[in-house]
Design a protein around this ligand. Structure first.
Ligand code: GCU
Length: 370
């Protein structure tokens, strides 16, 4: 990561510590929307000072609970801003009784570690990719099958409807409460050694995947060799040539500066992995029904906000990557069909147990699937 990025993240941390979530949201949102972020930073600092004194005057309350919230993205990333909005809403609606401290940049650990800690009550809240939950909540695999959704609208019809509500219940059996769905766009392949234009090009490449069985199966089905590595170590793994490539959405590719070490980006949209805001069961049990309702309501509102930010962030991330000499490659329709066909064994494997769910999801599409 370059020093600018560390500097920006540190600034946002200082603002957060001094002035709270609202100030960070203002500064980082301006960065996403206008790009002139240093200038905006100065203005926002003044405004947030005013907000700070207003909040102090208004809430003076000593919080009854101070909860931790884990987030592995950078301080100005849409999911982090969503988390901050969540914290801000909860604090407002509980009149300062519940304070949630959002810790971004993975400082509380990798997503897998965070989930484990939450099961023991060591961390209260988090936003995680469901890929990281799928090894121990197998139902989650259904929602992240490769080429499952036709597009983003199809995925949101599924998640906003009865299926999405049902899947938010599954983590409960594993000591976690599902609160809301966050967007993470579509994931694409990227590589440092060659542009990937065909299925042939995938053969033998070592590609980093998330720490999840299905992600390895998917990459191996494409003829590559899957290597599971935690998110914060991917840049180093690419730089040291421990792997030849990875796969992620434009926003993560740009935010983690992977474009510096893997400049061929192939838009194949092989997978959409929804993300979930979760609460530890241990924490949930401390709360009254009234507070639980507030938390769910604020989580859902923050999710709408995150989805709004996502589209713009993704677009700017792509533009910035292209400015940095990234070569963008599109798969031909014919090749895309070959990629899809290569995933067939994965469908067969999961169809036995989850055929009904898969059919239900297909039925929410508009193109008609077999
Ligand atoms: C996305 C997601 C992260 C996840 C990462 C990964 O960027 O938002 O939560 O950790 O993918 O590839 O590991």
């Amino acid at each position: 990561m370059n020093t600018d990025m560390v500097f920006c993240d540190r600034l946002l941390e200082i603002i957060h510590e001094s002035f709270g979530s609202m100030a960070v949201i203002m500064v980082a949102e301006s960065k996403i929307k206008k790009g002139k972020w240093i200038a905006v930073f100065i203005v926002a600092l003044g405004l947030s000072a005013a907000v700070f004194f207003w909040l102090k005057k208004d809430t003076g309350t000593v919080p009854e609970y101070v909860f931790s919230y884990a987030e592995n993205q950078t301080a100005d990333y849409p999911t982090t801003l969503g988390g901050l909005r969540f914290a801000q809403l909860v604090e407002e609606r509980t009149h300062g009784r519940i304070r949630i401290l959002v810790q971004s940049q993975g400082i509380l650990g990798s997503e897998t570690e965070v989930i484990k800690q939450m099961q023991y009550g060591g961390i209260d809240f988090a936003r995680v990719s469901i890929a990281q939950m799928s090894d121990f909540i197998p139902e989650m695999n259904v929602l992240q099958l490769p080429y499952l959704y036709e597009d983003s609208a199809h995925m949101w019809r599924v998640l906003d409807g009865e299926i999405g509500d049902r899947f938010l219940e599954y983590p409960q059996e594993y000591g976690l409460i599902g609160l809301s769905w966050y967007d993470a766009g579509a994931r694409n392949l990227y590589c440092s050694v060659r542009p990937i234009r065909t299925l042939e090009d995938m053969q033998g490449l070592r590609i980093r995947v998330q720490e999840a069985k299905m992600m390895s199966e998917m990459m191996n089905a494409l003829g590559a060799v899957a290597v599971q590595i935690p998110y914060d170590q991917v840049y180093a793994a690419l730089e040291r040539k421990q792997v030849d490539g990875a796969e992620n959405n434009w926003s993560s590719y740009e935010a983690m500066q992977h474009y510096e070490v893997a400049g061929y980006y192939t838009v194949d949209e092989h997978i959409r992995i929804p993300e979930m805001q979760i609460c530890a069961q241990h924490t949930w049990e401390l709360l009254s029904q009234e507070d639980r309702d507030i938390i769910i309501e604020c989580a859902r509102e923050s999710a709408l906000y995150e989805r709004e930010l996502w589209t713009e962030h993704e677009m700017l991330a792509r533009e910035n990557a292209l400015r940095n000499q990234v070569q963008e490659i599109y798969l031909s329709e014919e090749e895309k069909k070959k990629f899809q066909a290569a995933m067939e064994p994965i469908y067969q494997q999961y169809y036995t147990d989850y055929g009904k769910d898969i059919e239900e999801i297909f039925a929410q599409g508009t193109k008609g699937r077999e």
